[in-house]
Design a protein around this ligand. Structure first.
Ligand code: BJW
Ligand code: ZN
Length: 240
């Protein structure tokens, strides 16, 4: 991938980029929802019905994420960011912190963050690495006493800071999408927006996503196979 001094790169990542670190994806075999049905844990209705089940699920996810480390694909994106500076924007659907631990800075978690929680009334996210696995330990807000929930965007909720995402997408000249099935909106629609604007669109993953036909280029390979070579070939400032 060659970038000119005028290019701006918008990267969208999904669960596939963390798969080679050892975190399960959502929809593949061995995917996360195999143990838990999505409606049981990732909807506001599930939270209303059984907050303990939801907290057990996200406690398991916290434990899993703490046990793994960033892989070569996370590192490659951090390297690309170093090269491009503010012409780079990373939007991730993932709630893990592996991009940050690989030193990515210009990053937005559109579906929330595993290691943040928020009161259902005060709504202010705060850092939280705790595990809540029994009814007696379910967290309550220190200010108002109401339940504290995971800072996660569930189905039917609006992803975080969509205005910033759309404005970055609006000025990007290249969209690079890595490791997402293209089945969850609005993220699955970014490629259609990019296409309408006539910007270059590239997908990386071991299998075609559901929206494959919308991409200019689909690179079939895992994230750690495909991203490191791209990151070392980037020529950001017109250097020969
Ligand atoms: C590798 C690899 C390797 C493997 N290397 N790759 C009907 C039609 C259209 C839309 C809707 C509809 N009905 C409802 C909706 C909207 C709904 C939706 O999209 N539903 C679909 C199921 C149809 N969306 C919403 O409700 C969203 N909100 C919304 O739309 O609000 C309205 C609004 C939007 C915008 C502006 C204003 C208003 C909210 C969606 C919230 C999603 N939440 C989840 C769970 C929470 C986070 C968590 O617990 O972790 O987010 S669901 C889950 O799916 C998670 C993920 O971020 C998300 C995407 O999954 P992802 O990343 O694609 O993972 P997989 O497993 O599906 O795919 C992995 C991929 O990796 C595969 O392709 C593999 O091949 C690949 N791979 N190994 C590279 N080594
Ligand atoms: Zn509160």
């Amino acid at each position: 991938m060659r970038l000119t001094p005028h290019d701006r790169l918008f990267v969208l990542t999904g669960a596939g980029i963390s798969a080679e670190s050892g975190l399960a994806t959502f929809r593949g075999s061995g995917g996360l929802w195999n143990g838990y049905r999505v409606e049981e844990v990732a909807t506001p209705e599930a939270w209303q019905a059984d907050p303990l089940l939801v907290w057990r699920f996200y406690s398991m996810r916290r434990r899993d994420a703490l046990a793994v480390v960033p892989n070569a694909a996370h590192m490659a994106l951090a390297h690309i960011e170093q090269e491009l500076g503010d012409r780079f924007y990373l939007c991730t659907q993932n709630v893990d912190d592996l991009h940050e631990r690989a030193s990515s800075c210009r990053i937005h978690h559109m579906h929330g963050s595993l290691f943040q929680s928020r009161c259902i009334r005060c709504n202010l996210p705060f850092a939280d690495h705790s595990l809540y696995e029994t009814a007696a330990t379910l967290p309550k807000c220190k200010a108002c006493g109401l339940p504290v929930r995971p800072h996660i965007v569930w189905f039917g909720e609006i992803p975080l800071d969509m205005d910033a995402i759309y404005s970055e997408l609006d000025r990007a000249t290249v969209l690079l999408v890595v490791g997402t099935s293209g089945s969850v909106y609005p993220a699955a629609g970014f490629v259609h927006i990019a296409r309408q604007r006539g910007i270059r669109t590239i997908y990386i993953g071991p299998e075609e996503p559901l929206n494959a036909e919308a991409f200019d280029e689909v690179i079939l390979g895992t994230a750690t196979e495909a991203l490191p070579p791209i990151s070392t070939r980037i020529i950001p400032t017109g250097r020969p």
